[in-house]
Design a protein around this ligand. Structure first.
Ligand code: LR7
Ligand code: MN
Length: 581
């Protein structure tokens, strides 16, 4: 096996950080071969004394290093120390108010708080005693920023420097995404020059956070990439548990628990355990608590790693080579948003895993609005990014994305060329979105259509039936093939490959070839009362100036569209089954 010099480990910085520990702790924690720490028998060659200068490759383990120089902070009485809330001093309210928009959080208070403040160790019991391998991979910390607030950027960097084992940090790459603020130029260079591991990469034009991260990744020299936002505070022992997961399997993508730095009082607040990263349609990220009964039944411990359908996006460690094997992020994603979905689907469907590691905790300032400008409209940018993700990864489920929410997302929206992304998926032989749903996110509600079965007239108790290329009303027969319709997310009323449509200007109905992009086939079946409370259960034809509704006439067995009328029971319809909540 590979031979390495023992002298290089632990590093001088590391040694300094552990002087406060007892003799015994040092032995247990940093013993090169981890003898006695694991039940597994060690190869004979490992049983050599500490005195030898050269030791074989190290498969041993140590306790997560107790590195936190801020546990006894320089100034214990400083505002915000130990993560406590801060109050704006009397008379300074106006100034604090004025400075809020610099970062969309309480910038005034952030500037009052030491850049190396202590925060509470919020890890669950047992984390400090956990073992990690001695030979964890090194990491490049990649922090992209655009016009970040000075004190928060510094606090982010200090928290990494002060609470990470130095030998694991290959570098801290600050990627300046074309900031406009003066203090982020020479002043930042000068400040960071005191830390040899910090490098600043200046982008020559605005890349957006996704391509800025890619620039960082291309410049990184560590084994693992660890992405962080530029307004975070890494907590005690945050790094080793993340790298441990990647060390155990290079296809694991490890995320810390993201805790909350309060935007108003800058306090550091812990969050509930047992949270998974999930999304709801149309691809909005969120957290969902694992139900207590599931926790109890499976005896899930607070320290157990949690597999997540999706990651929040900003904070994670990934093996660098694996990241490139996966084709990185889709570089066609602009500015902000959607990249967390893209990478999550890609990782899971192409053979990897996404995990939240409860023993790793990082605070993040959550804000209500982005403090920087979007080159184009913000909503359109995010929507376009999500369209790219949907078109590449969602297969037949993409209709759930397009059709959810109040408005249909325009399928004709120009999301740019997707050939490369689709080819990448093929090349990597990634699994289907159906597989992802069945195996990774079985609790996601993803019915492929909104409603289906027979379509019954409420007033007449008769059903719509297909006859040649048109439809008539008949006695309901749920087993009859010709009475089967689906109501799709894209608002088609579909019988096999045929879709219900009015004959233009006639009021009569016909069946046309389905086409998701044809607005002449779209019907809004009103299920909730938000928009047209008086028209619940109506089926409104959308492509018309006036409000036209589907209407039945039983004596003639016919159907037509006519002006919508909330009083007309003949315009109320129900499908046999509804798949929405
Ligand atoms: O054009 C830009 N260029 C940048 O360099 C826009 C942003 N950025 C930087 C920015 O300075 C910041 O450091 O990129 C980082 C993330 O931007 P934020 O802080 O405005 O994003 P956010 O915290 O509101 O949003 C979350 O979702 C984003 C979707 O694209 C990213 O994945 C963020 O990293 C992500 N943040 C987190 O996951 C932290 C937890 C929040 C949640 C949920
Ligand atoms: Mn952020």
């Amino acid at each position: 096996s590979r031979i390495r010099s023992k002298a290089s480990f632990p590093s001088p910085v590391l040694q300094k950080a552990i002087v406060s520990r007892t003799r015994n702790e040092i032995d247990e924690g940093l013993r090169p071969a981890g003898i006695n720490l694991t039940a597994k028998a060690q190869p004979a060659e490992h049983k050599q004394s500490h005195a030898k200068v050269l030791v074989p490759e190290d498969h041993g383990m140590h306790q997560v290093l107790k590195i936190d120089v801020t546990l006894s902070p320089r100034d214990p009485k400083a505002p915000g120390q130990f993560g406590r809330p801060v109050i704006v001093p009397p008379g300074k309210e106006k100034e604090a108010q004025k400075r809020w928009k610099e970062g969309n959080f309480n910038v005034y208070l952030s500037d009052l708080i030491p850049v190396d403040r202590a925060i509470e160790d919020t890890r669950p019991a047992g984390c400090a005693e956990q073992l990690v391998h001695n030979q964890l991979p090194t990491t490049s910390i990649i922090m992209c920023f655009v016009d970040e607030v000075w004190s928060t950027l510094l606090r982010s960097v200090h928290s990494v420097l002060n609470r990470s084992p130095q030998h694991l940090i290959k570098e801290i790459l600050l990627v300046d995404d074309f900031s406009t603020k003066d203090y982020l130029k020479d002043k930042l260079d000068k400040y960071m020059s005191q830390f040899p591991k910090v490098r600043i990469l200046r982008l020559k034009e605005r890349h957006g956070l996704i391509r800025a991260r890619l620039a960082g990744a291309q410049n990184a020299t560590g084994d693992v990439l660890t992405f962080l936002d530029s307004h975070v505070e890494c907590n005690v022992g945050w790094l080793e548990p993340l790298l441990e997961r990647v060390y155990l399997s290079r296809k694991k993508v490890a995320c810390p628990v993201i805790e909350v730095i309060n935007d108003k009082d800058m306090s550091y607040m812990t969050v509930d355990n047992f949270q998974r990263g999930v999304f709801v349609w149309p691809m909005n990220f969120g957290w969902r608590t694992i139900p207590p009964e599931v926790v109890a039944k499976n005896r899930i411990k607070e320290t157990d790693v949690i597999r997540c359908p999706v990651m929040a996006g900003g904070l994670f460690s990934i093996d660098k080579n694996y990241f490139f094997e996966l084709g990185t992020y889709d570089p066609g994603l602009d500015v902000w948003g959607g990249e967390n979905m893209e990478l999550s689907f890609k990782v899971w469907m192409c053979g990897g895993e996404i995990e939240i590691v409860p023993c790793s905790r990082v605070g993040h300032i959550f804000r209500n609005d982005n403090p920087y400008s979007f080159p184009k409209d913000r909503l359109k940018t995010v929507e376009r990014n999500l369209v790219r993700v949907a078109e590449v990864w969602l297969d037949e489920y993409k209709e759930l994305f397009y059709g959810h929410g109040d408005h249909l997302i325009d399928q004709r929206l120009d999301a740019g060329n997707l050939t490369q992304q689709r080819e990448l998926r093929k090349k990597l032989k990634c699994k289907s979105f159906k597989w992802y749903l069945d195996n990774v996110f079985p609790d996601l509600k993803a019915p492929i259509v909104r409603a289906g079965g027979v379509l019954v007239s409420v007033a007449l108790s008769k059903c719509i039936s297909v006859e040649n290329t048109t439809v008539i009303l008949e006695e309901c027969d749920a087993s009859s093939k010709s009475q089967q319709f689906n109501y799709t997310w894209l608002r088609l009323i579909k019988h096999e490959e045929w879709c219900l449509a009015p004959v233009p200007d006639k009021g009569a109905l016909k069946l046309s070839t389905c086409d998701n992009r044809n607005s002449g086939l779209k019907w809004l079946h009103i299920l909730t009362s938000v928009f047209h409370p008086d028209l619940v259960n109506h089926i409104v034809f959308e492509n018309s100036h006036q409000l036209l509704c589907l209407e039945g006439n039983f004596s003639q067995k016919t159907l037509k569209v006519a002006a919508c009328d909330s009083m007309k029971l003949h315009q109320k319809w129900k499908f046999e089954k509804y798949y929405e909540d």
